[in-house]
Ligand binder design. Structure first.
Ligand code: ATP
Ligand code: MG
Length: 235
């Protein structure tokens, strides 16, 4: 198993944000975590990337991540594209992308991955020298995803990649994310857009109030009455 989580809990002071969450991601799999505001989606991704302390089983390729600091997690192959993008707005597109490769020493491999990011998001190549704050929200999200890819992840963590983005760009971004998976990278994506998540993910976990309620394949959950009513607004 690539990522194996069992009974993972996170508290902020006395407030419990995640309680005994269990979840798995296989090599190359696309898994979505669906849930409303405040459900604990970002907390879960932060616990995996070790930017938030947690308790419980948290293993990547059979090894516990608990002892590792956040930068070492990147070195293991887990790259986090965080909520709100967290770019350097006054730096260029290219500089932001290259920051994702800061741990890597093989310049040839880094150049090849930059070419792959530009192939995925051609607009970023045209805008390479542009200051990030002048890009649209959708283009900035492409930079954030591209920067995470520059760390050469075998597991890419995506936190609500479609939030606040115009419909046309949203479709383009989800299509690009699907292509990232098709290139062999496993994906764990937090998302509130149930329709898009169920369309592109292999499996989905529903996180509500820090607990996993339902889980199943996208096909299973798409026909689940509760999911249809609460998340798809039908049935
Ligand atoms: N730094 C923090 N300090 C205290 N409480 C926090 C902190 N971050 C998150 N929380 C609380 O933990 C719970 C889970 O928050 P989290 O951000 O993980 O949810 P989310 O599912 O990502 O929500 P959203 O969809 O709005 O991004 C919420 O009740 C939130 O208020
Ligand atoms: Mg969040």
């Amino acid at each position: 198993m690539l990522l194996e989580i069992d009974k993972l809990s996170v508290s902020y002071g006395k407030a419990v944000a995640l309680e005994e969450v269990s979840l798995r991601v296989a090599e190359g799999e696309f898994v979505a975590v669906l849930g409303p505001n405040g459900a604990g989606k970002s907390t879960l991704l932060k616990a995996i990337s070790r930017s938030q302390p947690s308790t419980g089983k948290l293993e990547f390729r059979g090894q516990s991540l608990h002892a590792l600091p956040a930068h070492a997690v990147v070195g293991r192959g887990i790259c986090h594209c965080p909520e709100g993008r967290r770019l350097f707005p006054e730096l260029t597109v290219l500089k932001n992308l290259m920051l994702g490769a800061y741990l890597r020493r093989n310049a040839t491999a880094v150049a090849a991955d930059l070419a792959a990011v530009y192939n995925l998001f051609p607009i970023l190549e045209q805008r390479g020298a542009q200051i990030v704050s002048t890009l649209s929200g959708g283009q900035q999200q492409m930079v954030a995803i591209g920067r995470a890819l520059m760390g050469k992840p075998s597991l890419l963590l995506l936190d609500e990649p479609s939030v606040g983005i115009a419909h046309r760009l949203k479709i383009e971004i989800f299509d690009a994310i699907k292509r990232i998976q098709q290139g062999g990278t496993a994906i764990l994506m937090a998302e509130q857009d149930a329709q898009s998540a169920l369309r592109i993910a292999d499996r989905v976990y529903v996180l509500e109030h820090g607990h996993i309620g339902r889980e199943g394949t996208s096909a299973e959950l798409s026909s689940d009455d509760y999911i249809r009513q609460a998340y798809l607004g039908v049935g």
